[in-house]
Design a protein around this ligand. Structure first.
Ligand SMILES: [Zn+2]
Length: 271
């Protein structure tokens, strides 16, 4: 699933391509991707509108239109936004096509159809968008705030970091990398973390997310940005998907366990 760095890269690649474009036609090949409204209204509201802004909140992509509506999309597994010229053949999983006056298109694809898009004039209507926790890369997310957030928690640290209402944007890959970097075992509970461990974890989260953006995201399976380019952060991962390989810090064999139903990679000696 695309996480904060991948979604940010999609937004960054979409911006120069679609801002100020006018949507003249909308083709919906599979309406399952549209969470709301009904498909007729979806087309009617989009057609004739101009794109004013593209931004990210957590793992959501927010496309702001000049008619006061927002097209809010959560890519989930296998979802992607791809920008294409009209004569480029669409992928068979490209289910929603926004056609622009200039002849190019923005295509929303989703091989496994888990992607959800909301066309709303109130962001509170867009899934859990307005219920997300703080953005980890903003100035408001300080180490003091993170300490306060952790202080009232007793559950395991890994599922807590995956909880979007606690902190927005992290998923399985960047959580495992953050825990490795801060040398915290994924089964530890939040109330057992020392002040210095919380500080290290805070720094680690900011570091892995920033580096992920710098390397244009992680392409483990099918992630590509809006111009069809893969990311390269997979080449820098320390633990994720490296079961049985050597820990680059201590040489021990990395392990995988299930935590809260999710595969978790860690070093049994460093963490
Ligand atoms: Zn190690």
């Amino acid at each position: 699933m695309p996480e904060l760095p991948e979604v940010q890269t999609v937004v960054d690649t979409l911006q120069p391509l679609i801002i100020d474009q006018v949507i003249t036609e909308v083709e919906v090949k599979n309406k399952k991707l549209i969470a709301k409204p009904e498909v007729d209204e979806f087309k009617e509201v989009l057609q004739g509108s101009r794109i004013e802004q593209v931004s990210r909140r957590g793992k959501y992509i927010i496309i702001e239109l000049d008619n006061d509506y927002y097209l809010v999309t959560h890519l989930r597994m296998t979802g992607r936004f791809v920008y294409a010229e009209q004569d480029e053949p669409a992928d068979k999983y490209d289910y929603i096509l926004l056609k622009f006056a200039a002849g190019d298109q923005l295509r929303l694809g989703s091989k496994r159809k888990f992607t959800r898009t909301y066309l709303v004039n109130d962001l509170q209507e867009a899934g859990s968008l307005t219920k997300l926790g703080p953005e980890p890369l903003t100035a408001e997310f300080t180490v003091e705030r993170f300490k306060e957030m952790i202080a009232s928690r007793r559950g395991r640290i890994k599922p807590l970091l995956l909880n979007q209402r606690f902190l927005a944007g992290l998923g399985n890959i960047y959580v495992d990398e953050s825990l490795y970097l801060s040398q915290i075992h994924p089964l530890r509970t939040a109330d057992t973390l020392t002040e210095s461990e919380i500080e290290k974890l805070y720094q680690a989260i900011r570091k892995v997310l920033s580096e992920g953006i710098e390397h244009r995201g992680t392409t483990k399976w099918d992630y590509v940005d809006a111009s069809g380019q893969a990311g390269s952060y997979q080449n820098y991962l320390q633990v994720y998907d490296r079961e049985g390989k050597e820990c680059r810090r201590c040489g021990s064999s990395l392990q995988r366990i299930k935590v809260g139903g999710r595969s978790s990679y860690f070093c049994p000696d460093c963490q």
